[in-house]
Write a protein of this length. Sequence first.
Lengths: 303, 324
Amino acid sequence: MTAIAAYDLTKRYGGVAAVSDVAFEIASGEIVGFVGPNGAGKTTTLRMLAGLVRPSSGRATVLGQPVPGPALREVGTMIEEPSFYPYMSGRDNLHHAALLHGEVPPSRVDEALEFVKLENAAAKKVKAYSQGMRQRLALARALLWHPKVLLLDEPTNGLDPTGIAEFRESLRQVATTGTTVLISSHILAEVEKIVDRVLAIDKGVLRFDGSLSQLLAQAGGQLVRYVVRATDGAALLAALGRLGYQARPQGDDGAEVEVPQQEADELVFRLTGEGVRVTSAAQHADDLESAYLRLVGVEGKPS
Amino acid sequence: MSALANVVRAEWFKVWRKRRMFVLAGLYWLLFPVVVLVVARAIFVNLGDSFANDAGAVDMVMQQLVGPYGLARLMLLGPAYMSPTFYIVAVTLIAALLIGDERGQNMWKTVLVVQPSRVAVMTGKVVVAMLALGVLLLGAALSGALFGALGTLFLPTAVSGGAWGELLGLYLTQWAFLLAPVLLAFLLILVVRSGVLGVVMVLFLPAMLEALYGLITTISQLQPLNRINAVFQALRLRRAWEALPEYFFTANLYSPARKPLAGLVASFGSEVSAEVGDELRDFGPFGDLLGAGITVPHAAWVMALYALVFAALLYWTFLRRDID
């Protein structure tokens, strides 16, 4: 069953298209990453899926029903900065959301707080929460009614590495319940560790829709990335330049370089021929971030 | 449970977690009657044994103003003569909480996903605003009666007397009339996308427009007769123009709260009220301020019309609005 679908979604502000003809379908239980540079149209797309912004053309459905509509009550969202009523405690904020939803048993509020490890801060006013606590509270609210669909926009913004790891673990637990998740993140490495599939958007246009391995193959399949170290780092960089490669320094004695697949086996041999004494050469698997950057070109700084 | 009921429960829960609601209730239910009783006690101590009370005039005034019924009446009447009136202050504070905060705290994006029916969300907020105002007014009536009863211990007042049914009817009518300013406040705060600016506009915009009318009227009276104002007069537009104040927002809004003034004046033995009943026509230049010439049924029609227009604009704006 299709959990989330966008059919030629377009949003124009004035004459400018923020999102153009974006189309995709996400099956129930899938965890999909949504990546793109700043201003690519990720948040606008998520807002249209959440029924907050009306598309200029096209349509969206959630759980087979048009958006906006009652199906949104099966959706949990974290869109941009987490927002709360600061004069209310964390528990009261969740209680307010539970009342608004109408089908959340009171005990569920404490369960959700416990799930995000905020039970000890539940009585504190939200204005006293740190950014990380607010993110966790937002996740608790998004999960309050056991949503079938989660729309998460930059959910790890402002979290420290420990917080990110905890958040990822929480999301993994959620994923085991069969919840469909569409997640955009500025830390592509984080998305990479969670998702089954990637949607890449740039300048409002969907540039890629497929599995992670497909993205890596499409964007970087012809190149192999090496980190090479030598006794003389300057000589190494100069030799790589003479061989026609664009290398990036890695410390005093190393360089990172991407070489065509067919030349990969000869790299060390050719460097030795240039008089460089190579001490190590490690081949690195391409990651989502570098594959994505190649996909969207030089302007693409992931956001 | 219906979407509307869910919104009402959630917003009601939220409203009473905001300190300003308790400050507002405290001012209205406690400070106002206490100040009135203190002033009354001071007057009584100074004038009770003086010649001014030879015919029992001071005692009579005390009973009319700070007896249980009198104080309950004053709790309705008094706030309508503040500037800005307590009623409009309460409306704007509640509107700022229910509508301004959603934008200020960026909460629309949460509220409208949890409860996607925008009609239910807005209607629920209107219902909660009216309920909160109802609580404030009901509390004021009870507070007036209780403090009035307390006053009998140290003032020459008694618990007896008073047309309680009529007074409660006026409270109810005034409460119903507040629907129009609630809708106006919601609309302005929503349109200008700022709680503070919206509040300022609600507080001053109607009065400013009505003052502008007075200015234009004054200026137009200074104009010599020319073709334009001759046509204006010939088409009887002048009569409509002159009748305009009868449809002013503020003049009609407070007519139930200001209505007891006539009865109060009558109770002091004024011939003015006896001659003109409730309409206070002979108050001269103060007549307009006191709501002269505007009856409650007339005001009810006018306020209903305002409420309809504001509601139409509010829902039209809200249903079309992108949440950014």
